[in-house]
Design a protein around this ligand. Structure first.
Ligand SMILES: *[C@@H]1O[C@H](CO)[C@@H](O)[C@H](O)[C@H]1NC(C)=O
Ligand SMILES: *[C@@H]1O[C@H](CO)[C@@H](O)[C@H](O)[C@H]1NC(C)=O
Ligand SMILES: *[C@@H]1O[C@H](CO)[C@@H](O)[C@H](O)[C@H]1NC(C)=O
Ligand SMILES: *[C@@H]1O[C@H](CO)[C@@H](O)[C@H](O)[C@H]1NC(C)=O
Ligand SMILES: *[C@@H]1O[C@H](CO)[C@@H](O)[C@H](O)[C@H]1NC(C)=O
Ligand SMILES: [Zn+2]
Length: 943
């Protein structure tokens, strides 16, 4: 599955909404499951008994029966259109599906019971056959366990014998649901003829099964290491097409209402990769040499308008890139991608049938931001990497799902760079990935990349694995390993891994062994498992502290709360350089301080450790070396590698947060930005300063802070000014990101030429009132800044456009821009609109109120508003609402109000507790740091 691959703030508008909803979905699920767990706890595992071989299984399947092949027939009864709603003879929609399946399996340990998984299915007509003798074996009972195991337990009259081959037939019936298992998705085709016209509404059926929802579609051995071949038949309504993992073998009319489509057998694969879609979608072919047919499906309207074209253009290139990188051809003859109106994850790598949320696959020429291509390319690259990492070679169990997700994330860096070299995205991707991992992994509540198998059993434990640690830390430690053994050796090792374990399952030791073999063959001698286990089996990461006066260096666990001592240590590879580009690799392999010559500063030169941020750790230095590094960044930044320029800022701010350095050091680290044009250091600074803005934009710190930022951004703003003033964008993608950051920072801190530009550009659109000449990249930021600088006229115009636009991304940008006004009465009126679903849809209420709360002028209004209308507004995403509206809280008064609110509404969830805790942290942080920060900004701007 795909998680966020956030690269910039540019597409934050659309992109963040998507990822937040995905994550929110998962969070809600795990909250749901943890509350259900008390009720559904399976009976505790009985204590081991001396000689008995077959205790009843508890939650994992017994491995006595090994599935080989499924013959699955599925028939979703759903209609894709309800042709005449007003006509009584027209059909009503139905959410039923029926089916039957035969699973053939091999018995490795004699047993009288078959255990497999089945959930929310009504199963019937079991038939068990001995395939070696063709004799039928009587079934004495069938029981579907009501606990989390979802076992379907079939007791037999005669035992199955070790070495024998058997089959089990079952008929079943289930319900088409929302988002998980077999689900329904809806969309509107064409424009409705009149208000309330439902005739254009369309339906489709699809599946989303990762991690453990295959059991809701047909009874199966639903564990990733129970791989089998799937022989699939779909019976679907006339007028629809069915897509499956494999190519269509044959498709005929079944009767007057139904078609029957037979698929070729799939490769041997895990159940969670099973997929099919029945829809009226239309497809676009990718240009291809013929070996693999690549098609991209979407709503017929979107396909006709060419919105699938970008995805279709790049998919084959990405596929070929991986084929030559791994020396293994893509396994199937076809690859289908589908843009889904509804999908529980941002994308899902089903073998041969990859699903995406629409917004993450479709590109509208002239409407989508150019930067949106980055999201699409990254996601396709992620999902296609899974066709090898995950689909061909799969982790044994969910505790090691990082072997799927870490690799898919890591490999996508290279594939995107290959297919869109001009985007120059690799470094920015690597940095945002690293920061996402660092953030979560600095909490004591983090988890190891590879936790013990027994810690990941329950449904919510499995869902909890799909987080930043698995995706981002996974990719970061792989990158670190590649840096240690060299990319060449690493690639050789992963080729071995993929070919040795094709169609099989692995744990991380299998990976270490392959890379070890490649390392030895190359004459290297790093012990891969010894090094890597310290990174994958423990939580967190270290901060390395270097004293460049005497060369002393030591490590300790980096935690935001430094009072929690852990005593953990890692095998840390440290690439270190000085004033020359040459770097050397030093190992730190214990928690004891050591002295190394390489860390001693010679002739007063600076020392830089963790060159190119290849290591998964932070670095702290003695104050003298910090000083030298920051001076270098101000005088000639290019001596310091680009990624390190961003990382020095990020380390300084985070070390300050953990109270390991003074907050003024963090502020000093932003001085060099005056001459910086690259996006990475700017992104790092803006992200880290966001907290300062929230804490101080209602205080006397804000004036000097704005004056400082305005000075800092002038250089960058002028650098892109020519383009900006003509509503053009630089060709280089990294500069396109810089341009957006420049406008955002300049306008929001009051740089006059920026405000003038934004106002003028928006006024042009208002005056001509026809074509919008603002470049798609710049719309989000210009709309917001123009509404902020403007009054009622601008607001009403934007509101009008919002109401009349049918384009999702345009609507989202406008809805956000409307929250940027500084006029209290407009903000109040806008808040009022969120109570009217005709104006703001319920699903958008929470994010709209959060946008308003993000605006300093709207903070108090939003807080009062949600308390006054909690019953209604909390129907949306209450979690997101509480997080958003309380983000700025930093006074005792606000803390008391928050506590009272929690009591009044009896809000007990983790989110409210976290909001209270965060407010307390904020109060303390402000009281400890405010004076020195104010003094710093004042002295900086007095110069
Ligand atoms: C309902 O649909 C049937 C078949 O399409 C048609 O013959 C009939 O006239 C329709 N009745 C109404 C009231 O529209
Ligand atoms: C559809 O549902 C309505 C209301 O439940 C019912 O009156 C009608 O007879 C149903 N139509 C068909 C064709 O089943
Ligand atoms: C499975 O279902 C299909 C469609 O309903 C039916 O034609 C077929 O006979 C069923 N198979 C068995 C073995 O009952
Ligand atoms: C897709 O490729 C074609 C042919 O190279 C090109 O003309 C077209 O502009 C591309 N479309 C997109 C959206 O990139
Ligand atoms: C670094 O080492 C020097 C020489 O031993 C010592 O005087 C200084 O206090 C050390 N600095 C820090 C920050 O530990
Ligand atoms: Zn994934």
């Amino acid at each position: 599955m795909a998680k966020e691959s956030a690269i910039s703030k540019a597409f934050a508008a659309t992109f963040v909404i998507l990822t937040v909803s995905v994550i929110a979905g998962i969070v809600v699920m795990s909250i749901f499951y943890s509350t259900q767990i008390a009720k559904m706890n399976p009976t505790p595992r009985p204590p081991p008994q001396s000689t008995t071989t077959s205790l009843p299984p508890v939650i994992r399947l017994p491995k006595n029966l090994i599935p080989q092949r499924y013959n699955v027939l599925l028939q979703p009864h759903l209609y894709t259109r309800i042709t005449e709603v007003v006509n009584v003879t027209s059909p009503n929609q139905t959410m039923v599906f029926t089916g039957n399946s035969t699973v053939s399996f091999h018995c490795v340990l004699g047993t009288r019971a078959i255990y497999l998984n089945s959930m929310d299915l009504a199963v019937s007509d079991p038939v068990v056959m001995n395939k070696d003798t063709n004799e039928r074996i009587g079934v004495s009972s069938v029981e579907n366990h009501k606990d989390e195991s979802n076992f379907l337990e079939i007791q037999l009259n005669d035992a199955l014998a070790a070495g024998g081959n058997y089959s089990l037939f079952l008929a079943f019936k289930g319900e088409i649901r929302t988002l998980h298992g077999m689900f329904v998705s809806t969309y509107v085709e064409g424009s409705p003829a009149y208000e309330g016209d439902e005739s254009t509404e369309r339906f489709l059926t699809a599946t989303h099964l990762e991690p453990i929802d295959a059991r809701k579609v047909f009874p199966c051995f639903d564990e990733p290491d129970m791989k089998a071949v799937f022989d699939v038949t779909i019976i679907h309504r006339i007028g629809t097409t069915a897509q499956g993992n494999a190519d269509i073998r044959e498709s005929n009319n079944f009767d007057d209402d139904w078609k029957i489509t037979f698929f070729h057998p799939t490769p041997k694969m895990s159940t969670y990769l099973f997929a099919f879609v029945v829809s009226e979608f239309a497809s676009t072919n990718s240009p291809t040499d013929g070996r693999v047919k690549i098609k991209t499906y979407a709503r017929p309207d979107a396909t006709a308008a060419g919105h699938t074209q970008y995805a279709a253009n790049i998919t084959e290139k990405i596929l070929k890139f991986y084929e030559s990188r791994y020396g293994i051809d893509y396994e199937q003859k076809k690859l289908t991608q589908i843009a889904m109106p509804d999908l529980a994850a941002e994308a899902m790598e089903n073998w041969g049938l990859v699903t995406y949320q629409e917004g993450s696959l479709l590109y509208e020429e002239g409407v989508s931001s150019l930067l949106h291509k980055e999201v699409i390319a990254s996601l396709i690259a992620h999902e296609l990497a899974h066709q090898w990492f995950g689909n061909l070679v799969t982790m044994k169990w969910w505790n090691e799902v990082w072997l799927n997700e870490g690799f898919a994330t890591y490999e996508s860096f290279f594939a995107v760079d290959h297919v869109e070299p001009t985007f120059q995205l690799k470094e920015a991707h690597i940095m945002s990935n690293l920061h996402a991992a660092f953030e979560q992994d600095a909490l004591a509540s983090s988890h190891p990349l590879s936790p013990p198998r027994d810690d990941v059993q329950m449904i919510y434990e499995i869902y909890d694995m799909f987080d930043s640690i698995t995706y981002c830390k996974g990719a970061a430690v792989l990158r670190m390993l590649a840096d240690i053994v060299t990319e060449r050796v690493f690639t050789k090792g992963i080729k071995m891994y993929l070919s040795d374990f094709s169609y099989k399952n692995t744990d991380q030791n299998d990976l270490w062994e392959c890379i070890q073999k490649a390392e030895y063959e190359d004459g290297g001698h790093t012990n891969v498992a010894t090094v890597m286990n310290t990174w994958t089996k423990q939580i967190g990461y270290p901060v390395i502290t270097i004293n460049t006066t005497n060369g002393e260096v030591y490590q300790k666990h980096f935690l935001f709360n430094q009072s929690l001592e852990s005593g953990l240590w890692w095998n840390v590879p440290i690439r270190v350089m000085s004033n020359t580009p040459k770097s050397s690799l030093i190992w730190l392999v214990s928690s004891d301080p050591v002295r190394k010559d390489e860390f001693i500063s010679k002739n007063g030169e600076w020392i830089l450790a963790n060159v190119n941020c290849a290591g998964y750790y932070r670095v702290n230095y003695n104050p003298e070396n910090w000083e030298r590094l920051l001076t270098q960044m101000e005088s000639n930044p290019h001596k310091i590698p680009l990624m390190n320029r961003g990382q020095l800022v990020d380390d300084a701010f985070n070390l300050a947060r953990a109270k390991l350095v003074e907050v003024t050091l963090a502020l000093n680290s932003t001085r060099f930005l005056r001459n910086e044009r690259e996006f990475i250091p700017w992104e790092s600074t803006v992200r880290n300063l966001e907290y300062f803005v929230l804490m101080f934009d209602r205080s006397e710190v804000y004036g000097p802070m704005q004056a400082y930022l305005c000075e800092q951004v002038k250089g960058l703003y002028n650098f892109v000014r020519n383009d900006t003033d003509n509503s053009q964008v630089p060709t280089d993608h990294s500069l396109q990101h810089s341009q957006i950051t420049a406008i955002e920072v300049a306008c929001s801190n009051g740089l006059p030429e920026c405000l003038e530009m934004a106002t003028k550009m928006f006024a042009n659109w208002m005056n001509t009132n026809s074509t919008n000449k603002i470049h798609p990249n710049l719309r989000s930021v210009i709309y917001c800044q123009a509404v902020a600088a403007g009054g009622r006229e601008e607001w009403d115009f934007a509101w009008n456009k919002f109401q009349n636009s049918s384009d999702t991304s345009e609507k989202d940008q406008l809805r956000q821009a409307l929250s940027c006004t500084k006029k209290i009465w407009l903000l109040n009126r806008y808040l009022g609109y969120t109570l009217d679903p005709e104006k703001i849809r319920l699903m958008d209420v929470a994010s709209t109120i959060n946008y308003i709360a993000k605006n300093v002028a709207g903070q108090a209004l939003a807080w009062n508003f949600i308390r006054a209308h909690w019953e209604y507004v909390s129907q949306g995403d209450a979690v997101m609402l509480i997080e958003g509206v309380t983000r700025r809280f930093s006074t005792q008064f606000e803390l008391d109000e928050l506590k009272r609110f929690a009591t009044d509404y009896n809000l007990l969830g983790r989110v409210v507790q976290q909001a209270i805790e965060q407010t307390q942290v904020n109060i303390q942080w402000v009281s400890e740091n405010k004076d020195s920060i104010l003094e710093w900004f004042e002295s900086e701007t007095a110069l």
